[in-house]
Design a protein around this ligand. Structure first.
Ligand SMILES: NC(=O)c1ccc[n+]([C@@H]2O[C@H](COP(=O)([O-])OP(=O)(O)OC[C@H]3O[C@@H](n4cnc5c(N)ncnc54)[C@H](OP(=O)(O)O)[C@@H]3O)[C@@H](O)[C@H]2O)c1
Length: 279
């Protein structure tokens, strides 16, 4: 069984630990967390019964087959500097940090190791994540299968060219926030027309969940499914006219485009900060 070290056991790191254990990719003896926030470290210890160290990942990295770096983007280079002396070419390095390109990781590590860059999203906390995954040319097919399995344990995985990672960030990385706004607004709409708060919330969340599930299971284009809800001269088409008048679709398209551009800017400034020029 492979040993996995997770550096940073917050929202994403903690969810990956849960997924890895639940799916049997590794058992409790083969997952080690490195978490500097003492309270969170204790919580992870209690919840999963795994070894958690609170500083210096260097001491556990030699035991790892795979190392997942799940700290904030600006902390990633520091963590990499800390562990680079003990990294080996047979180990897999996985980063989930937004806006941290593979070539920056390679530059800081300073040696040839298989590097994976993943862009998950927050529904990994309930095993319904959407992860974009890219890797460098040192990764073997077996390592790719292994890393895909890790992220599949918490949702869906799409392999992408790394140049599309900012687009993944703009769509699915940030996307849950857009959908929370939609749910929030649907609840408010329900309240406006007199539904009790708990019922409006239940109906709104289930409507989003059910609509998404129907897209997935029928594999039909959403436009076709939308058409099925419409009766000529009826209720839904009146609402759709309102949504079109206020530009719902144009707004979401712009949101994804703007988030993608912002992600590109953040990537650029991180690259400049760590003196890593474009290739
Ligand atoms: N949240 C999302 O929706 C999302 C989506 C896609 C990708 N990501 C990426 O995932 C990464 C983690 O995000 P998150 O939301 O999980 O953040 P988080 O909840 O803040 O988790 C990071 C954890 O790592 C700890 N930490 C900081 N420095 C450390 C070190 N040197 N060694 C070990 N642990 C350390 C932090 O402790 P302190 O709080 O004390 O610093 C924190 O508990 C980020 O790079 C982010 O870009 C997040």
């Amino acid at each position: 069984m492979k040993t996995i070290v997770v550096i940073g056991a917050g929202n994403i790191g903690g969810s990956l630990i849960a997924g890895i254990l639940k799916s049997g990719i590794a058992d409790r003896e083969h997952v080690i967390a490195c978490e500097t926030a003492a309270e969170r470290a204790e919580q992870i210890r209690q919840q999963y019964g795994i070894r958690v160290i609170e500083r210096d990942a260097r001491t556990v990295v030699p035991e790892a087959d795979a190392i997942i770096v799940a700290v904030k983007p600006q902390t990633v280079p520091h963590v990499l500097k800390e562990i680079r002396e003990v990294l080996r070419a047979d180990q897999v390095l996985i980063s989930v940090a937004a806006a941290v390109p593979i070539r920056l990781i390679e530059k800081v590590v300073g040696r040839q190791v298989p590097v994976f860059r993943a862009m998950p999203n927050i529904p990994v906390m309930v095993d319904e994540g959407a992860t974009g995954l890219a890797w460098n040319n040192h990764a073997s097919p077996e390592q790719r299968a292994f890393v895909e399995r890790i992220f599949r344990s918490v949702g869906v995985v799409c392999a992408v060219n790394e140049e599309l990672m900012d687009a993944v960030t703009g769509l699915s990385g940030s996307g849950p926030a857009y959908i929370y706004m939609v749910i929030e607004a649907l609840i408010a709409g329900g309240l406006k027309v007199g539904l009790p708060h708990d019922i409006a919330t239940r109906l709104a969340e289930q409507t989003v969940l059910g609509a998404a599930k129907l897209v997935r299971e029928t594999m039909l284009h959403p436009a076709i499914l939308k058409d099925r809800v419409i009766t000529p001269g009826g209720v839904t088409i009146a609402a759709i006219h309102e949504l079109e008048r206020h530009g719902l679709r144009a707004m979401l398209i712009s949101a994804v485009e703007t988030a993608t551009r912002r992600s590109q800017q953040l990537t650029q400034s991180l690259m400049e900060k760590f003196d890593c020029p474009e290739q």
